[in-house]
Every structure is written in structure tokens, then in C-alpha cells.
Design a protein around this ligand. Structure first.
Ligand code: FAD
Length: 471
């Protein structure tokens, strides 16, 4: 691995998702000449919105959530001036068929027990479930287990979790956070999610939902980058990277042009990286990287977007128990720009379940309406004005046991080429926070190679209460 030529001024960032935007923003803020190259006509990558042709509405590819523990994503929003586009919640509502609600919110007790009173009062769990969940969560207070070959479902059985605790607590939480079946999930990552959301501090577990469509949110990054003199190439797909024989700089080729840059940051998903790797020159470590990239796998997410002629619930969001639909987001309430518009817009999300992906659009809309009626009787009288379905087959990379062995660091086998993307070695699962971290880590690696080391990665939130004893 080379140290680089220590004369880096220009940087090509390939990929305008959260990872690429974080890298581009950090380096632009530090005075590098950045060119961002994105295949699509908009930025945001897997966290974006667009006008759906069938219904004439701007919709997110899927609702995206973040939490207080997402310190790097929040720092990216600060850098791009989008912090005020987040709607923060102190409570999460779980709802059962029939409409009974459980509201989980932090109490005044010190961490790690701040969430305990909410759990104790929860209608959704029996006493046996509560004891099992508390016993399970408590094992993560002192730290997160190392990644072993054990999967999280096996761990839950070994820790004597009830079936209801698995169905109503562990699955909803981890499906949303890790988007994978529990028997394909690493104990290490499951523990990390639980520790951040329920144990570290009340602040770390606070949930936020963007109050604007995702492309508006990440559109702030485009404005901010342009203000700093960055070049932005949208609708430009990189097809090949080669080293310029004379200058030893990198030549980046898109379908339309070819340009030269001192350094390159790849911020593309692993499957796009797999397509670009063969175009790069031979180097020690290339074969190992290629082999590792080929071992990643995906999991899907589907979202169903429904416009009713009336309000079907006062809730802004809810985790829906015991049904195929898992989360509800009341977009008419969450996005102020929709206030007063015709129809009440509800988005429901189904994570992980591969069986829903082959279902037809109308079949999924019917399923969502049928299941919503189990929670909200108004749905039976309401008229559905229109509906749309978004399916992301390659939504997230899976985190099976042993995944960390194949996640590459920001250093690539080539001089002045760096890797970013949620799938790289950040210690985080496939999330916007993981992507933001990867972008900052790649920017740090580049600044080291340039001989001007800088720190962009934000520290984790400090633990509070008694959790300070277990850092
Ligand atoms: C349906 C869904 C729901 C999700 N929900 C959440 C959530 O609630 N919370 C959360 O934190 N995370 C969520 N995620 C995960 C999150 O969106 C991703 O982890 C994150 O956005 C990944 O960012 P990235 O920059 O690493 O990759 P991407 O977003 O995939 O960005 C890579 C970019 O590279 C571009 N590209 C690819 N190849 C080329 C090329 N050859 N030339 C130029 N450009 C190229 C792509 O067009 C893309 O814009 C969800 C994801 C999906 C799909």
C-alpha cells in the first residue's frame, strides 16, 4: 500500500450518496478541489426522493430514520446547513392490531435504566417477555460481544427469549436497524444497535425523521459544495479508472468525458465497486479486495405509499406489531410542505421480507390497506385516492457473523485511491451514519496521504449515567 505522492490538490469523488457527499464536503471545507461524479440526475443515492411518474408526487425511495447516536451524519447535516430539516422524537409508539398503543420514552432514571419504566408499563409485552428482554439487553451493558460464528437468533434462544419477545421486540428493532433475518445477523452488530438505542444514553436513542423529501435534504450538500467551488457532474457514470503514464495521476472516464485527478475516492455500493475493480491496474492486494467484495450480499426493503381521502390516524409514526407491514409514517404530518394538500399521505415500510419483493404493485397496496384497517378502523370507510410501491432489492448489505473480516478500510491497494461507502469498515451497519463515517474516514486517509493530516470523524456521544463506567 502506497503512502501516495503527497501532492494531492484535486480529488474526484465517485458516487453522490451520503458517503460521497460526506467525503466531498469534508475535503471541500478543507480547501481541496473536489469533483463529484454521480450516475443519477440527483444526489442522495439510496436515500433519495424523486417524482413518481405514475402518481405525480415527490416520494422518498423509502422513509429514512436516524438517531442521536448518528454523530457523523448529524455533523454532515451541520456542514451542509440542513440540521433544521430534522424532526426529533422523544417517544416511539408501538401499536397492536386492535389499536392498543405502547409508548416507549426515556425516564429520568440514569442510563442504562432510562428506558426501563417505559418497558415496564408496555402493554405489548407480558411480564415474561419483559423479564426476557431486560435479561437480554442487560448482557450488553458492559460491552458488545466480539463477532463470532454465532447468529443472533441462536443467541436469543440461548438467552431464553420468549417467542413474543422475539416477534414484538427483537425483530421490529433489528429489522429496522439491520434489515436482515435474525438468523443471518451477527451478534456483534445486533448488540451494537441495542446498546446505542437503549443503553448508552437517552440522547443516543432519540429518533429523528427528515421533515423534507430526502433529495431536498441532500440537495443542501449540492448547494454547499458549489459554494465551495466544487465541480458537480450529475448523470455521469464512471466506467473506467486508469493511471496516467506521464503524471502518475488518475484518469477517470465516464461515458462522455475523461479527466485527470490527483486522487480518487470511490463512494459506490459494493456491486458497483465490483464492476469498476477490473478496470484498475494490477496491484498487491487487488485480488484480495476483489474476493472480499464478491462475498457481500444484499437485503431488500419495500415501501407502500398511500393517499387516503381522510386522516386515518393522529400518529406521526408507529412500529406496527404482528403484521407484514412494519412501520407507518404519516407523511402528511411529518412533511410541513404537504400540509393542506389533497389527500392524507401514509407510507408503510416492510423491511427484510424477501417474499414481498415479487408481489405485484396492486397486491402490495391491497395488503397494506387491509393490514392498516386492523389498526385504524377509519381505513374501512376511507377512500384510497392513489397508491404507489417502491421496492429496493439492493437496499442494504447484510451483516452476517464474520462480516468485519471482509469489510475493507479506506486505504485501497492503489496510491491516492480511497474507498468509502456504507459497506466499508466503519464498525456500523448499512445506515446513513455508516455511510457518513466512511466518507469522513476516506477524507482522513486522503489528508494523511497528502501530508496534511486532518480529523473529520466525530466521536461517539458520551455515555451518560452509570454507562460511564462501561465505555
Ligand atoms: C429502502 C431503504 C431504506 C433505508 N432506511 C434507512 C434508514 O431508515 N436509516 C438509515 O440510516 N439508513 C437506511 N438505509 C440505508 C442507507 O440508505 C444507506 O446505507 C446509505 O444511504 C448508503 O450510502 P452510500 O453513499 O454508502 O451508498 P449509495 O447511497 O448507494 O450511494 C452510492 C452512489 O454511487 C452512485 N454510483 C454507483 N456507481 C457509479 C458510477 N459508476 N459512477 C458514478 N456514480 C455511481 C450511485 O448512483 C449512488 O448515488 C435505507 C436504504 C434503503 C434502500
Amino acid at each position: 500500500m502506497s503512502e501516495g505522492n503527497r501532492q494531492i490538490e484535486s480529488v474526484a469523488v465517485i458516487g453522490g450518496g451520503v458517503a460521497g457527499l460526506a467525503a466531498a464536503q469534508a475535503l471541500s471545507d478543507s480547501g481541496y478541489k473536489v469533483r463529484l461524479i454521480e450516475r443519477r440526475p440527483y444526489v442522495g443515492g439510496r436515500a433519495s426522493s424523486y417524482e413518481h411518474p405514475g402518481i405525480g408526487e415527490i416520494i422518498d425511495n423509502c422513509q429514512h430514520l436516524l438517531f442521536g447516536c448518528c454523530t457523523n451524519l448529524i455533523d454532515l447535516y451541520r456542514r451542509i446547513g440542513a440540521l433544521d430539516k430534522l424532526h426529533w422524537f422523544d417517544a416511539i409508539t408501538m401499536i397492536e392490531p386492535g389499536g392498543r398503543r405502547t409508548v416507549l420514552s426515556p425516564s429520568a432514571l440514569p442510563a442504562p435504566w432510562h428506558a426501563s419504566p417505559g418497558f415496564l408499563k408496555a402493554h405489548a409485552f407480558s411480564l415474561a417477555d419483559k423479564i426476557a428482554i431486560a435479561r437480554g439487553l442487560n448482557t450488553f451493558i458492559t460491552g458488545i460481544p466480539e463477532d463470532t460464528k454465532e447468529n443472533f437468533y441462536h443467541w436469543l434462544i440461548r438467552h431464553k427469549q420468549t417467542q413474543a419477545a422475539i416477534k414484538r421486540f427483537w425483530e421490529p428493532v433489528l429489522f429496522a436497524a439491520l434489515n436482515e433475518e435474525l438468523d443471518k445477523t451477527s451478534v456483534h452488530y445486533a448488540a451494537k444497535v441495542c446498546r446505542e438505542l437503549f443503553l448508552r444514553s437517552p440522547e443516543a436513542g432519540r429518533m429523528a425523521i427528515p421533515s423534507v423529501p430526502l433529495s431536498d435534504l441532500y440537495g443542501h450538500a449540492l448547494q454547499s459544495l458549489k459554494m465551495r467551488g466544487a465541480d458537480i457532474n450529475l448523470r455521469a457514470s464512471v466506467t473506467r479508472i486508469a493511471q496516467d503514464d506521464q503524471t502518475q495521476q488518475w484518469a477517470i472516464e465516464t461515458e462522455a468525458e475523461r479527466f485527470i485527478s490527483d486522487a480518487v475516492i470511490f463512494a459506490v455500493p459494493f456491486e458497483a465497486m465490483a464492476r469498476l475493480l477490473p478496470t484498475l491496474p494490477a496491484a498487491p492486494g487487488k485480488d484480495a479486495l476483489t474476493a472480499h467484495v464478491s462475498q457481500f450480499s444484499h437485503a431488500p426493503i419495500a415501501a407502500i405509499h398511500l393517499w387516503f381521502d381522510r386522516e386515518i390516524t393522529d400518529l406521526e409514526h408507529a412500529s406496527m406489531l404482528d403484521t407484514t407491514i412494519q412501520w407507518l409514517f404519516n407523511k402528511s404530518k411529518l412533511q410541513p410542505q404537504r400540509h393542506g394538500q389533497k389527500g392524507h399521505y401514509i407510507e408503510v415500510v416492510i423491511s427484510v421480507l424477501r417474499s414481498v419483493i415479487p408481489m405485484q404493485r396492486q397486491e402490495l397496496i391491497d395488503l397494506a390497506v387491509r393490514e392498516l384497517a386492523l389498526f385504524f378502523p377509519t381505513v374501512r370507510e376511507a377512500k384510497l385516492l392513489k397508491g404507489a410501491v417502491t421496492k429496493e432489492v439492493r437496499a442494504t448489505f447484510s451483516v452476517p457473523p464474520g462480516i468485519d473480516k471482509i469489510r475493507p478500510t479506506a486505504q485501497s491497494p492503489w496510491p491516492n485511491i480511497f474507498l468509502a461507502g456504507d459497506w466499508t469498515a466503519t464498525g456500523w451497519p448499512a445506515t446513513m451514519e455508516g455511510a457518513a463515517r466512511s466518507g469522513f474516514l476516506a477524507a482522513e486517509a486522503l489528508s494523511n496521504a497528502a501530508g496534511r493530516p486532518e480529523k473529520f470523524l466525530q466521536p461517539d456521544l458520551p455515555p451518560s449515567g452509570l454507562m460511564r463506567l462501561f465505555t
